[in-house]
Design a protein around this ligand. Sequence first.
Ligand code: AMP
Length: 224
Amino acid sequence: MSARVVMLGAPGAGKGTQAKRIAELHGIPHISTGDIFRAHLERGTDLGQQVKPFLDAGHLVPDDLVCRIVVHRVREADCVNGYVLDGFPRSLPQAQALQRELNVEGAVLDVAINLAVPDDELVERLAARRSCPKCGRIYNLRFEPPRRNGYCDFEGEEDVALVQRPDDQESTVRERLVVYHRTTEPLLAFYRDTGLLRQVSGSGKSPEEVSAQIEEIFCALGVN
Ligand code: AMP
């Protein structure tokens, strides 16, 4: 059975964590446009240079550029049984581009899950978010701290210091939330109108509790 899933939610809502879990549980690729851009930035590619000013400012990368990357990615062989999109679509033109691509493939989207978390909680979470530069594991210094202060739990003997994403600094976070409310939130209506939207509250819940709610939705939809 296939599962084509879109994860929606503001920055810091926990999309990445949940998208990774869904991908592992259902054996489908996790496609995060933010991760794709950060990997290009790190490698210093042309694309990385192109997107850097947008990421630094907390603004969206232009639609045509993001859409080209995603369309190319979902045509790869590992996506034949589906995928979980994390951070895409983020605007109405992006959602329409995804729909066109699905039409071309004769495929359908199974569900769009919105992780709802109030803004004040998002700001608090993002300020405390850290990640391992090696394995990508995400921690929260308040809610999900590493066992050893400041270091990844999963690198064996090696001390790998956790890092903060530059765009998780408070001023950039505020800008990302403004962009989210202006450009991305309207997508909720788009997916509600097509009957694909499912709401999950991420507020005050552990990642395990949120994951259980998502799996219930999949079960009810017959997606596995
Ligand atoms: P994320 O890791 O999903 O929070 O994305 C980090 C940054 O990458 C965003 O603040 C944007 O600058 C850029 N980005 C990621 N996905 C998209 C998208 N679908 N459309 C435009 N910009 C994006």
